[in-house]
Design a protein around this ligand. Sequence first.
Ligand code: KG4
Ligand code: ZN
Length: 348
Amino acid sequence: MATILAIETSCDETAVAVLRVRDDHSRHELLASEVASQVAAHEKFGGIVPEVASRNHLIYAPQLLDRTTSAARIAVSQVDAFAATSGPGLASSLMIGASIAKGLAIGFGKPYLAINHLEGHLLSPFFGDADGDKQIKRNVSLIVSGGHTMSVLVGGLADYQLIGRTVDDAAGEAFDKVAKMLGLGYPGGPEIEKRAVKTAVRYLLPKIAGIPNESEGSRTRSLDHRGPKRDQAAYERSFAFAQDDKLLSDLCASFQQAVIDVLVTKTIAAGQKYRVDLITVSGGVSCNQELRRQLREACSRKGFEFKSAEPWLCTDNAAMIAFAALLRLQAGFQSKITEEIDPNLALV
Ligand code: KG4
Ligand code: ZN
């Protein structure tokens, strides 16, 4: 039996999880997973303020450690390895989780694992599968989060090849920016989805070819709908547009569909190009029910197996970091205690 404790503080969520695996690797058992959201603290700024995030991590992390180990009914001394997200993310946020995990690893003389946040997302669709790393089948993985939109050809654990990515806004970022322009709350993805389900797609927003730009193009065009910013009078007049509830919802549905169209088309094309049997999706935007439904349907039409992370595992959490760490530990990986955090850490 091996028990791992992971800490995730890459952005504005503080998260701690305890995951256990049996000696025969037959079953992963999530003993506890806690997330302290800082959404309220950042909402008034309309985005994440790094200084506020790191101060809050400092306050929440020790509390969460206590809460998570009590919920897991274990003492920290019973943990076999400590893991933390080492990047990508905000430097001042990453530092908090990594320092705590390293301190615990040193204090208890246990291994330390520095985990790439993107690997956490990428492996999350396999969470809970019976055979651990044996289950990381070759697949095309679509990671769609607040900071990243990327397609990865996965050969197995730690065998990743980047095959496509956005050159500007990540899908989640585009959702957040459009929501902000429309006067909706943060994070924007769930707000737009809530409105989108109430209505139908009525506008065909542009979809620029190439995995890159589509969400950016859609975002810009959504803004254009309200009138060019440089013409203040037109801009203000067009505000009436955003006050019209029905129109606002229609625009949300149309924007959401423009993003989904691109993600589905590109992902299926990548699956065909690289001749995989399996397509997976992860990251915060993969909470989106319509994206999941349309990607699942497209996969089934084209003969791909499809796996998505459960919604609670899609947005940032420490269970996915613990899972990646466990698979790596079982495969013989360990990090040096001197391993630094890296805000720009690449997956491959
Ligand atoms: O993976 P995540 O929690 O954090 C990062 O690693 O970035 O992703 C957060 C992003 C936010 O941009 C949020 O708007 C988006 O995921 N998101 C959604 C939905 N839920 C969260 N986007 C679309 N539809 C959703 N239901
Ligand atoms: Zn994330």
